[in-house]
Design a protein around this ligand. Structure first.
Ligand code: SF4
Length: 245
């Protein structure tokens, strides 16, 4: 029978967050910020990416741009044809209207499908502008602002949410939306630091801290992980128990 040390950390969560960040920096190596060259690609690609693999998102984006080469053509496309063009991305019937509504609003307001003006806005102004767009929530706006505009924000996707919650950096009931601001308050307001935090926790969730059966024995964070140290039985909002049908 495996013995658990029950070393649930009582460290200040901000200190523990920075310790975990440092350890993953060493494990994965510090990365330069790399976003897609065109911010419009990042915006529309991020809408397409929800609950979709990167490969399927890329096929959807490329097919859409081949069939509708300008953003005005995407905006004006018959809805069923746009849905068909992006069908490799999950939920195309929801994403297609979002994309058209974003383009309609953007072109009406700015005269063109171009969001480079976000460089000139403060982080708060840019977040507020993006969060008005249909289908754009904190995850999309933080990914776009960090990757394309190097603003000091922290995207929290399912991987980042799950790993930080299992470690005990955020509480067991904290939502991904709340985690954006909570984790951000523990870290330096530096785009490079936040980019590495996001990338490393994302990779750790993909490669080690799986939804089912995380590889705790091979995890470089296991000595500081509340979930592991307490026998992997904690009920967490990031990994709700799936009900059988
Ligand atoms: S010890 Fe296990 S649960 Fe904790 S972060 Fe590592 S893989 Fe995830």
């Amino acid at each position: 029978m495996r013995l658990f040390f029950c070393m649930v950390t009582t460290l200040d969560p901000a200190v523990k967050t920075r310790d975990a960040h440092e350890r993953l920096n060493e494990h994965y190596g510090v990365q330069e910020i790399r976003g897609r060259v065109d911010p419009m690609h990042e915006l529309i690609g991020t809408i397409l990416s929800h609950r979709t693999t990167f490969a399927n998102e890329r096929v959807a984006y490329q097919t859409m741009r081949e069939r509708f080469p300008t953003w005005e053509a995407v905006r004006d496309a018959p809805l069923d044809q746009l849905i068909d063009a992006i069908k490799t991305a999950n939920y195309p019937e929801i994403k297609a209207p979002y994309i058209q509504n974003v383009l309609t609003l953007l072109i009406a307001e700015r005269g063109e499908a171009n969001i480079n003006f976000l460089w000139d806005l403060s982080t708060e102004e840019a977040m507020a502008w993006l969060n008005r767009l249909p289908g754009v929530g904190p995850k999309t706006s933080t990914l776009l602002l960090l990757f394309s505009f190097h603003k000091p924000v922290l995207p929290v996707d399912t991987h980042v949410h799950r790993v930080t919650q299992r470690l005990g950096l955020i509480g067991p009931k904290v939502s991904a939306e709340k985690a954006h601001t909570l984790l951000l308050s523990y870290l330096p307001q530096d785009a490079g630091v936040l980019y590495n935090f996001h990338k490393h926790f994302f990779w750790h969730g993909q490669r080690v801290c799986f939804w089912y059966n995380p590889n705790c024995a091979g995890c470089v964070l296991n000595d500081m992980c509340d979930f592991y140290q307490t026998g992997r039985t904690a009920v967490l909002s990031s990994t709700p128990i799936r009900k059988s049908k």
